[in-house]
Design a protein around this ligand. Sequence first.
Ligand SMILES: [Mg+2]
Length: 283
Amino acid sequence: MTISRRVSGLLACVAICGCTTTGGVATAPAHDNMDSVTWLQSSTEYAAVTTGIYATATAQLREIANSDENRTRSMAVVLDIDETVLDNSRYQGQLLLDDATYNSESWDAWVALRAAGAVPGVVEFIRTSQSLGVHVAFITNRPCLVRENTPGACPQAEDTLVNLEGVGVDTRSTTLYLMSDEPSDRCRALLTEAELNDGKWSSDKTSRRECVRLDHDIVMLFGDQLGDFTELGSGSSKEPGRDIAAKYAEYWGTSWFMLPNPTYGGWKPRDSGEKRSRIRAID
Ligand SMILES: [Mg+2]
């Protein structure tokens, strides 16, 4: 079954109930994400921004690798997956066409397709990192979920690795940490108090970063959400706000690299609400 059919089937009621009728012809209502998805998929500007971010990081990583000959520990770069390495805008586009919203079932069907593209610039960055001997670790909040007719507790890990290989990433020497996966014995002691209950990684990426740090010095972090860099952006229902960005000003563009994602994130209101409550205007 294609993602289109699955999403359509699952959310047929939403699609039908969400339509308006004009002269007897059903038309889909305007959707908040239309411009965002179009920008990601079609604009030169998006590709220019992400290519520039990864080119800047590549130049800085070369400098770090060539300047510190006394380093005794291996270096690592840590990347989030979605909208940092893999481009899921086709999933977002399908939701738009189906007049649907995100849900875990349609998302998992998309992950199983292993068909996401690469964010422009990232494949070259990863190749350079590996050629410099820098370890590449992926920390993602793609969840491990048991899937019908698929063996194993976390088929999403294999899906993600195959998808990464498909866009040109050599995953053989990389490490991948998924949400709700079980930590290795060495990293189990790093689970936070909140994670101890079920013994699995939570959406807070802090403990997984600590797991990477057992063997490596993390020299760069890449993400599209604040939680990819600090625990302050994890698990909060409230957007942390720009004062947090200012607090970490010295890191942005030097060791922390934020990728643009206009399609979803903690910044986005959970419901459409009144325009005036969402934006600032002149009066
Ligand atoms: Mg992401």
